[in-house]
Design a protein around this ligand. Structure first.
Ligand SMILES: [Cu+2]
Length: 272
């Protein structure tokens, strides 16, 4: 009798400890780290997660039967899954990659069914593999969690136009000849992006003037301007971002990866 009472108490203590262990840290660790609640459809509202289990970076892209994920990195072999967005969070899985190796893979193409739809958002998420190379979830191959308990994933949106096709009209900004009939000339400039700087770290543009920045890059970075809805991943040795500032002001651009901004990877855009 006495033993069974002690046993019962032990079970309660163990259960309470397990509950506290698995719910830590407080808050909502499994929710996406939303930076912006904007649903304009133009901008990924999550930043790439840098952590020990892996990393994923995916751009907004046209609709189709596949999703192309720009960069994925695993500490151990694993899977990349594509989720529909439901109530702002990852919902049903519409596609799973083949088993991806340890290390980085670029431009991973994941078939999805149903096809992606213009205007909808999706998540690219990393899942582990239990060692058999076959995706099993629900089951052993659960989502990877970063050190802070967050899912390792990135949100992206399906846009109608092809991404990354900058129209360079071949003139420089600043003179009257730049303004073509019916359209502002694109301001095109080169910028070095590296660990952890942009060079130049400031430039000017005119309001409603398309801007294309061509990067000479080293490392894994973003070019992000929160107030203008710009959030472009930069990987490899070159990269490019095109956007149109729609309001005047002084805007900070920065790298949203890890602590790169704190280490100096930021600059200023003045829109006049
Ligand atoms: Cu960076």
């Amino acid at each position: 009798m006495r033993n069974s009472v002690l046993g019962g108490i032990a079970v309660v203590i163990i259960a309470a400890a397990a509950f506290l262990f698995f719910r830590a840290p407080s808050g909502a660790p499994t929710q996406p780290s939303e930076v912006s609640s904007s649903d304009s459809g133009a901008v990924s509202s999550t930043t790439p997660v840098e952590g020990t289990p892996g990393m994923v970076a995916v751009d907004d892209q046209p609709a189709g039967a596949t999703v192309t994920v720009k960069l994925v990195s695993f500490e151990k072999p694993g899977f990349l899954t594509i989720h529909e967005q439901t109530n702002g969070n990852p919902g049903a899985v519409t596609g799973v990659s083949v088993l991806l190796p340890k290390g980085s893979s670029t431009n991973v193409v994941v078939p999805v069914s149903p096809s992606t739809v213009v205007g909808k958002s999706y998540f690219a998420m990393l899942h582990s593999d239990d060692g058999d190379g076959a995706y099993q979830f629900p089951g052993p191959d659960g989502p990877l969690l970063a050190a802070d308990g967050a899912l390792v994933m990135m949100k992206f949106t399906i846009s109608g136009a092809s991404a990354g096709t900058a129209v360079d009209v071949g003139v420089n900004a600043g003179t009257t000849t730049d303004v073509l009939a019916g359209a502002a000339a694109t301001l095109t400039l080169s910028m070095d992006s590296g660990n952890f700087f942009y060079k130049p770290d400031n430039f000017k543009a005119k309001v409603n003037q398309p801007v294309t920045v061509n990067f000479i890059n080293s490392g894994f970075h973003t070019f992000t301007i929160d107030a203008l809805g710009v959030n472009q991943t930069i990987t490899g040795t070159t990269g490019s971002v095109t956007f149109t500032p729609t309001k005047k002001g002084t805007f900070e651009f920065y790298c949203a990866i890890g602590n790169h901004k704190a280490m100096g990877m930021k600059g200023t855009l003045v829109v006049e």
